[in-house]
Design a protein around this ligand. Sequence first.
Ligand code: SF4
Ligand code: SF4
Length: 152
Amino acid sequence: VIPKNVFYARRDNHCTKCEFWKGACLKGHQLSSPQGCPIKKFDPINGADYAPDRPALEAPAVPPPGNCCGKGDDELKPMSWAQAITHLKDSMAQWERDGWPLLPDASYQARVNRCQDECPHYRWFQCRLCKCFVFTKAKLPHETCPAGRWPV
Ligand code: SF4
Ligand code: SF4
């Protein structure tokens, strides 16, 4: 894991302005890795090399609303409280491993709009499927919508 100030400088000065950024690097660079940008927009640190310059992945397509994993909204079952607590612990551990990144504002707002404006599972700031507070959960890049409604 790299120092937080390096992580934020990479993200804010380069990646969020880059054509290959869609909430994550489409060329597969992990911002928390010491490797440099695959197209040399920022340097490696700690003696690492630049990450391999792979072909960019397609940005994830927006799935049809309520059609996650081939299931309709009525078939998606809310997590139990025990499952939700385990999910929260795992998610916090993942966030720490990634170096505490936060989603850029535009991508965050796109997620929150899906929750607030389009989703039958949203109630009082909370997702009824995973029991998370969506305004917090949506800030975490590694998190996903359990109904497949988020654009990133
Ligand atoms: S190509 Fe480089 S600057 Fe662009 S998103 Fe990936 S790591 Fe960031
Ligand atoms: S996270 Fe997904 S399922 Fe939960 S409220 Fe938001 S859009 Fe709906």
